[in-house]
Design a protein around this ligand. Structure first.
Ligand SMILES: [Zn+2]
Length: 93
């Protein structure tokens, strides 16, 4: 695992911890930082990172708190509080 990948993992952990502590803005900063590192190093973000972050507002998503998760037509549809929706195939998780 490269240094950049390790930093992304670390930021993901920090973002999750901040979100759990109710510090949404701090969580968002970690998410943005991780995205920037991935971009700069041409890395793709881990799937779990993508699943738990909003592409539109960079929130760290916590189903039941700032995101709703629904099953629809064999897809998982995650709706962020900002209104952005992400769809994933159901069987991929
Ligand atoms: Zn959002």
């Amino acid at each position: 695992m490269s240094v950049a990948e390790e930093r992304i993992e670390r930021l993901h952990t920090l973002a999750r911890a901040a979100a759990t502590a109710g510090e949404a803005e701090r969580a968002r900063n970690y998410v943005r930082l991780a995205r920037r590192i991935a971009e700069r190093n041409r890395l793709s973000l881990p799937r779990t990172f993508k699943r738990f972050t909003c592409d539109s507002c960079d929130s760290y998503l916590r189903p039941g708190t700032n995101a709703r998760v629904r099953l629809r037509d064999g897809h998982v549809v995650v709706t962020c509080d900002c209104g952005h929706q992400a769809r994933y195939p159901y069987d991929e998780s």
